[in-house]
Design a protein around this ligand. Sequence first.
Ligand code: HEM
Length: 525
Amino acid sequence: MVLAALPVVTLGVAAAAALAVFALVLAVVQRRSHRPAAAAAEQHRDHERPAAPPRPAGPRPLPVLGSLHLLGQHATPFEAFTALAKQYGDIYQLTLGATPCVIVNSYPLIKEVLITKGAHFGGRPDFIRFHKLFGGDRNNSLALCDWSELQKTRRSIARIYCSPRAASAHYDRLEEACAREAAALLARLSACQQQQPQQPQQQALHVKPLLQAACANIFTSYMCSASFDYDDPGFKKMVRTFDEIFWEINQGYAVDFMPWLEPVYRGHMRQISDWAAEIRQFILSRIIESHRRSLDRAQGPRDFTDALLLYLEEDPLLNWEHIIFELEDFLGGHSAIGNLLMLALREIALHPEVGERIRQEADAATGGSRLVSLFDKPSMPFTEATILETLRTASSPIVPHVATQDTSIAGYAVDKGTVVFLNNYELNSGETYWAEPAAFRPERFLSADGSAVVKPEHFIPFSTGKRTCIGQRLVQGCSFVLLAALMQTHTVSAPPSGDMQTFPACVAVPPDTFPLVFSPRQPAE
Ligand code: HEM
């Protein structure tokens, strides 16, 4: 399962209030016990040492809470990061709970962390939840592990399958899977519409489970040569559980920064471990077993699953757990795409002209005689631009990095173990970077004549550097085919309630989210 986001810190109001009072009392006690003689001795020693690089500025932390209370004053921590940058500059330090953090807010400094000094910032935060999701050790996960030789090996195994190049055999297989599943999704959509009593124009359909099932089947077909009926109970449960987990990892909890709160979260932690176990059970029994039985070493790998099983035999760095977790990690990536599609469809419901333009582009590419294919992508820049604009406005956070050695950013000292938050929200929505950032305008990603996609250098929805997202080609390919297929055949509009709630700086919507109205496209349109 893939972490596309930074947890949002939410603290129960009562718990926060109690902690704040406790923290204030501690602060007073600490200040009283601060002895002037100790301060003088410290100053004297400082005179003798060579000048150390300065520390980034930042708010004075409260004991226990650190600066968590400052994040709670905004809709998302990223808005808080941007607001604090106005006070402290593009780099500043924050203590969250007891965890030392540095927040980096501008593209040049983000680039310094991810590229120039990528080797110094290859770690990940040590949140308890991350361990629970991955069998007690977050290093089992590709996205949440620290950088290591094992990680390099796992990334290189995944690269050719999870980042297939156009005009490769893998890309052809992905195209086939996308085409098959787009057709199955449309068939299922129309079956659901027929089951509903009202006219299609009034039907608000809970489309998210269908999108997730379609994405899951693209992934299982492509990576494991297996696809499932949407009504298969095991498959349905797996898809739902992955979606629950995707929502979960996009949330954040005080316990991430104050691990001593773990007993309060015991039930929640058990739930996370149970989800992971359910998924494991499905993948072992419905995917891995048959692959192991039919694996033909002489013939070479048929798909990603075979490749993992063969690597397991050949590479001493890998064990059984590694390859199972790797497969789960990548299969779980489908959830991110279903969520992204929900956001794109919501934008189209709010901006019908965008849907119309995708439809015209699809008609021009296909002559109106077939569904769009992955191979049409180069001739449909507006559709691709709509997906990019959805990624920009959703502004999925970059997973926090951790300094693996004492180092510096912009000349400021950063200690080993410091968690580094990269304020991608500022890159995606700051006026320094975009004209009218609040407007949904896919055209901003098109060349002047509209014939090609252009991406500004500071647009990094999948991050950059050594830990960049491995699934970005799959995201762009699958979302392109499914979105185009839906727009070719339907118009989409808001549900009668008008409620289509989303969350800032978050690509996830809850597993049970808003429905949408799909009206079949009229032949004369
Ligand atoms: C909406 C879709 C997605 C978005 C916005 C997204 C974005 C990201 C971001 C920002 C990171 C963090 C990079 C960093 O720490 O510097 C990441 C990591 C990762 N993503 Fe994605 N991702 C998406 C979907 C996927 C999918 C579908 C897959 C797999 C099929 C995937 C696989 C990974 C992996 C394995 C990592 C960890 C790489 C590492 O830490 O070495 N992602 N993604």
